[in-house]
Design a protein around this ligand. Structure first.
Ligand code: SAM
Ligand code: SF4
Length: 349
C-alpha cells in the first residue's frame, strides 16, 4: 500500500472524525457497486472475449464476506448498494446475499438495494428479489431482434430475457433498460428500443462503449458517439430536457411522443466526474475508487486479517482518501487497445 503523506493523514483524520466517507474533493461516498462474480452466461462482444479466463473460485470472497464488507460501507453512510457482475444472478446461492442485505433496508440505514442484470435468470428470481427489498433493477438489453441479440451476446436467448422482464414486472419491480449503442449493430434500432421500453413503462438509458479490457476485437469499430445518436433521434422524437437525476452519471430527457424518460451516459464525450459519489468493489475484495483509473485498494486482506472490523474500516477510509478527481478514458487509435486492461465484468459497470 502507498506511503501515507502528511496531507493524506490530515484528510484521513477529517474523514475518520466525520464517520461519513468523504473524499478529498468533498464528495460524499453514498453509493457502492458490488461485483459478486466475474462469470457470466453471456459473452457480449463489447464486454468479453469469447474465451475468457475467469478467476479461480478460491480467490472470490464468500457471500458472508461480501455481506460483511457491504455492512462496513453502510455503517459509514453508504445509502445505495447495487449488485452487479459478471452476471450477479449466476452466482450460487446469491439470494442469500440479497436477503442478508435486505436487513439494512429494514433498519433504514440503506435506502436502496438494487441490481444490474442481463435478465437471463430473472424469471427464476424476480419474486425472491422483490421479497428481499429490491424495488428497481437495471436490465441490459441492446436489441429486441432475436438474431442480433444472439450475435451481440454470443450465448444469450432473447425470449428468455423477455420472460424475465415480464416476471420482474409481475413481481412489481420497476425496470430500467440499459442499451449500449453499437456502431452498425443496433444504431438503426434505437428508436424501436425506446418505444419498446417506454411502451412497457420502463425508463431507458443509452450507454457509449467504454474501452475497458481486451475483447479480442477493434474497439474503435464499435464506438458510436451518443451525440450522433441523439441528433438522429431528434428527427423522430421531441426530446425535452429533464432535471431528473438518479445520482448516477446519466443525463435525462423526456421523450414527448412516448412520455418516457431517456438517459444518456457518455463517458468518452462528457466528463461526469464532478458529482461522482460512488466506488466499486470487485468479487475479490478490491475497491476501485474510479471506473476509469487503475488505482485500487485491497480490502480482502484487512477483512480476513481479523474478525473485528477495525482494520477493514481503516483500509476503507484510506482508500477513499485516494479517490481521484476524475478519469481519462481513451481508445488508443494507433494500437486500438483500450486504455484500461480491466474488463467491465470485473468492476461491474
Ligand atoms: N451482466 C450484467 C449486465 O449485463 O447487466 C451486469 C454486469 S455488465 C458488466 C454491466 C453493464 O455494463 C451492462 O449494461 C453492459 O452493457 C455494460 N458494459 C459492459 N462492457 C461495456 C463497455 N465496454 N462499455 C460500455 N458498457 C459496457
Ligand atoms: Fe455478461 Fe453483462 Fe458482460 Fe454481457 S455485459 S458479457 S451480460 S457481464
Amino acid at each position: 500500500m502507498a506511503q501515507v503523506s502528511a496531507d493524506t493523514s490530515l484528510a484521513l483524520q477529517r474523514i475518520d472524525n466525520a464517520q461519513q466517507l468523504v473524499d478529498p474533493f468533498g464528495r460524499e461516498i453514498a453509493y457502492l457497486r458490488v461485483s459478486v462474480t466475474d462469470r457470466c452466461d453471456f459473452r457480449c462482444v463489447y464486454c468479453m472475449s469469447e474465451h475468457m479466463t475467469f478467476l479461480p473460485k478460491r480467490d472470490l470472497l464468500s457471500l458472508e464476506e461480501l455481506d460483511r464488507l457491504c455492512a462496513a460501507f453502510v455503517r459509514r453512510g453508504v445509502k445505495k448498494l447495487r449488485i452487479t457482475g459478471g452476471e450477479p444472478l449466476v452466482r450460487k446461492n446469491i439470494m442469500w446475499l440479497f436477503r442478508a442485505l435486505g436487513r439494512h433496508l429494514e433498519s433504514g440505514d440503506l435506502q436502496e438495494l438494487t441490481l444490474t442484470t442481463n435478465g437471463s435468470q430473472l424469471e427464476k428470481y424476480a419474486s425472491e428479489l422483490k421479497a428481499a427489498g429490491v424495488e428497481r433493477i437495471n436490465v441490459s438489453l441492446d436489441t429486441i431482434d432475436a438474431v442480433k441479440f444472439r450475435a451481440i451476446t454470443r450465448w444469450g436467448d432473447l425470449a428468455t430475457v423477455l420472460r424475465g422482464l415480464d416476471a420482474a414486472e409481475k413481481a412489481g419491480i420497476k425496470i430500467k433498460i440499459n442499451a449500449v449503442a453499437l456502431k452498425g449493430v443496433n444504431e438503426d434500432e434505437i428508436e424501436d428500443l425506446i418505444r419498446f421500453a417506454h411502451g412497457r413503462g420502463a425508463d431507458m438509458t443509452l450507454i457509449e462503449t467504454m474501452p475497458l479490457g481486451d475483447i479480442g476485437e477493434d474497439r474503435t469499430a464499435q464506438y458510436l458517439p451518443l451525440s450522433m445518436v441523439r441528433a438522429k433521434l431528434m428527427d423522430r422524437f421531441t426530446l425535452q430536457e429533464s432535471a431528473f437525476r438518479t445520482g448516477g452519471p446519466a443525463r435525462y430527457v423526456t421523450v414527448k411522443e412516448t412520455g418516457g424518460r431517456l438517459g444518456f451516459i457518455t463517458p468518452l464525450t462528457h466528463n461526469f466526474c464532478e458529482s461522482c459519489n460512488r466506488v466499486r468493489l470487485t468479487c475479490t475484495g478490491t475497491l476501485f475508487m474510479c471506473l476509469g483509473q487503475e488505482d485500487a485498494a485491497d480490502l480482502r486482506a484487512p477483512l480476513r486479517a481479523s474478525d473485528d472490523d477495525t482494520l477493514l474500516d481503516t483500509a476503507i477510509v484510506e482508500a477513499i482518501s485516494r479517490k481521484p478527481k476524475g478519469h481519462d478514458f481513451v481508445i488508443d487509435r494507433r494500437t486500438k487497445k483500450p486504455s484500461l486492461t480491466r474488463h467491465m465484468s470485473v468492476t461491474g459497470g
